[in-house]
Design a binder for this molecule. Structure first.
Ligand SMILES: [Cu+2]
Length: 701
């Protein structure tokens, strides 16, 4: 199978070598200039060129190409993003500033899952709390920037076919004149469960005795099937005012999550975004922008594909357990940029309302009684911010800002009986409330210094906070230990949580020229009241009582530090050397134990031939052993690993063809993130994908 695919791409290369070479643009050189000179060293950008050359199934997997970012895999798709060891609500993942939160309490559908690649032009990453525009960016910001229509009529189509029948296709069309523009797109994704390096499907990880194993008929069933459509229309109201309305609908079906007890029946997302921009309305005002958005996710997961749902005296429905979740966000922001003195002042108001509701039903819990797992939580948040950019000299730029946030979270379905009976025993001596509010300021100061023509230094200091999320505050899942899950623990939120605060310092240096850049950055982060997942002992003792131990959240003091090094270098003979290295260390300062799920030293080194018409690249990726694990959570040590990726392709006028094999030597390995995916984690680790071949064909008009 693989050798056939290698032969296919070798012949593609031969065809293009023997054909007339077209005049080529040095795209790689342009990228080196952008990444080297135009971005400060705490920011990264992933271009759509890089994304398209990879067989990445989603944005989470794609951003792994950037140093300091890794993907957390729970199945074949829906990878979550981890930035410098921080994940979940500790980082912001948005698209054009639009907030989509997942519906699933197990993060089956992290925010990045809800945006399709084909909608995206680039992905911008700010490492550290240096973006004040959006609430919650305590650890950083990952913002996907959508494509906008270019003048005239354009059409693009892309189709990828890979191992395990992975299909990824999309079509986008756009038309724009001076007065209006429109864009429409459709994308389809499908795959069977991939195999890991031991030749087994990632669904086939359970022993024959496990109730969590997939039913025989489901072992080889589709791992996911996703349809996405999006449309966008813009109108030039006046010569300075542009308004644009966009809508997207995504339907993900039959998504398997071998790491968890359940799989998703469906995950449906709707997104509206309306933006109006006024460009230079007066002499001193540079821009005014109004954005309003609405997003909605409907998610259903169950264990119908697993042996645990086999009918019995207890299991009287198609499922043993099921969770029905939905979440809606209505948000908006009004921002402006004005010239003040020598610099520019940006400011605005950013607000959103979120509702999140999840109901769990289990045969083991009072014969399928509905349990308000995320008890219909209403959350309101409003933030005001201002930041000033001051070009002190041609070489020195200072940027600083302030933000204040107010948030209120109300668990409307959490009645006092349930609060007293289920939550209170785990927080003895505390006075618990179903409604909590928070007020937090954030601030930062950044200095950019162009020391010489090719050397830029960055240093930043920031203190930023984020609000505890509805799950951390109010999740409530009572689980009765059964034969299937004898070590079941309750999942109990902690309504007494304080907002975590990240106090961070960054130092970066970038050497750049026309043919290379080297970017190095280090950071130190002291997070007060870091929200840590923890095991809480049985409150009424092991022998008696009805309450088992619980998983919950606790404020602890944490320290994180680390850095990244990345480089792109143009060599003679159209060769390029690409490399990066990242490291993060995290410590629970209360216990002097490592934090869970922190990436070990990892990196990649690649050699690329690229003459603008055709390219070939070999890349070696690796991670070292992670033995800094959280014993309280029984986190396991992960061995180091190294894999080889190979790809080649050609750009011929309107057509491009790319083919490659990832994990060429079919290595069997786990990443350090294969451990912790509670709630509903079975405890069995899911290995990474083995050898994977793909071919992509693109057409652009
Ligand atoms: Cu789910």
């Amino acid at each position: 199978m693989i050798s056939r695919r290698i032969a296919t791409f070798c012949s593609i290369i031969l065809i293009f070598c023997s054909s007339t070479l077209f005049a080529a643009e040095p795209i790689l050189l342009e990228e080196i200039v952008v990444k080297g000179a135009e971005l400060p060293s705490n920011e990264e950008t992933l271009t759509i060129r890089e994304v398209r050359e990879s067989p990445a199934r989603d944005i989470g997997e794609a951003v792994e190409m950037l140093p300091g970012l890794v993907a957390l895999r729970k199945g074949a798709i829906a990878n979550d993003i981890v930035l410098r060891g921080l994940q979940g609500d500790d980082i912001n993942v948005l698209m054009d500033g639009v907030r989509v939160q997942g519906g699933c309490p197990s993060r089956m559908d992290p925010p990045s899952f809800h945006f399709d690649f084909a909608e995206v032009e680039s992905i911008e990453v700010t490492k550290g709390p240096y973006d004040l525009r959006y609430a919650g960016g305590m650890g950083g910001l990952v913002n996907a920037v959508s494509k906008s229509p270019k003048p005239g009529l354009h059409l693009s189509a892309i189709a990828t076919y890979g191992s395990y029948e992975q299909a990824q296709t999309s079509v986008t069309g756009s038309y724009a004149t001076d007065s209006f523009d429109a864009l429409a797109g459709y994308a389809y994704k499908y795959s069977l469960p991939p195999k890991s390096g031991n030749g087994k499907r990632i669904t086939d990880i359970y022993p024959a005795t496990s109730k969590n194993r997939y039913r025989d008929s489901k072992l080889d069933s589709r791992a996911y099937e996703i349809n996405t459509v999006w449309v966008k229309g813009g109108y030039q109201l006046t010569n300075k005012t542009h308004t644009e309305l966009g809508f997207a609908y995504q339907d993900a079906d039959h998504v398997l999550y071998p790491a968890l007890y359940m799989d998703a029946e469906y995950d449906r997302t709707k997104r509206f975004n309306w933006t109006t921009t006024v460009d230079s309305p007066s002499e001193f005002i540079d821009e005014i922008k109004l954005q309003l958005y609405w997003t909605d996710v409907d998610h259903l997961m169950h264990d119908e594909f697993r042996v645990s749902s086999t009918p019995s005296l207890m299991v009287t429905r198609d499922y043993m357990m099921e969770t029905d979740a939905d979440t809606t966000i209505v948000g908006g922001n009004l921002s402006g940029a004005v010239t003040v003195g020598p610099g520019q002042l940006n400011g605005g108001i950013d607000l959103f309302y979120r509702n999140w509701d999840a109901t769990n039903r289990s045969a083991a819990y009072m014969s399928y009684a509905a349990q308000p797992m995320i008890p219909d939580v209403d959350e309101d948040q409003v933030g005001l911010y201002a930041e000033y950019t001051w070009p002190v000299t041609d070489q020195v730029k200072v940027k600083g800002g302030l933000r204040v946030d107010y948030a209120n979270a109300d668990a409307t379905k959490l009645d006092s009986n349930r609060l007293d009976a289920l939550y209170q025993p785990y927080s003895l001596g505390e006075n618990l409330h179903k409604e909590n509010d928070f007020f937090e300021p954030s601030a930062n100061l950044q200095l950019f210094w162009q020391a010489t023509e090719g050397i830029e230094l960055f240093t930043g200091l920031a203190s930023a906070s984020r609000m505890p999320d509805p799950q951390e505050l109010y999740i409530g899942l009572q689980r009765i230990p059964t034969v299937m899950a004898p070590t079941s623990t309750n999942w109990i939120g902690n309504p007494t949580l304080d907002p975590p605060r990240n106090n961070q310092a960054d130092l970066g240096i970038k050497f750049s020229g026309e043919t290379f850049f080297v970017n190095g950055s280090i950071f130190y982060s002291r997070i007060d009241d870091y929200i840590n997942i923890t095991n809480i002992a049985d409150p009424d003792g092991p022998a008696l009582g009805s309450l088992p131990p619980a998983k919950s959240y606790q404020n602890i003091d944490a320290r994180l530090w680390g850095g990244e090094l990345s480089s792109q270098l143009s060599l003679p003979l159209d060769l390029y050397l690409l490399g990066n290295l990242s490291y993060t260390e995290g410590e629970n300062h209360d216990t002097n134990q490592p934090l869970s799920e922190i990436p070990p030293l990892s990196g990649a080194v690649g050699l690329r031939y690229d003459n603008g018409t055709w390219f070939a690249e070999i890349q070696e990726k690796f991670a070292t052993r992670q033995d800094r694990v959280d014993d309280n959570l029984n986190e396991e040590v992960t061995s180091g690993w190294g894999i080889t990726d190979l790809k080649a392709g050609a750009n011929l006028d309107r057509w491009s063809v790319i083919a490659g094999v990832n994990n060429l030597f079919d290595k069997f390995y786990y990443t350090h993130l294969s451990y912790q995916r509670d709630p509903f984690r079975t405890g069995v680790r899911v290995p990474e994908i083995g050898a994977f071949a793909f071919v992509t064909v693109m057409y652009k008009y």
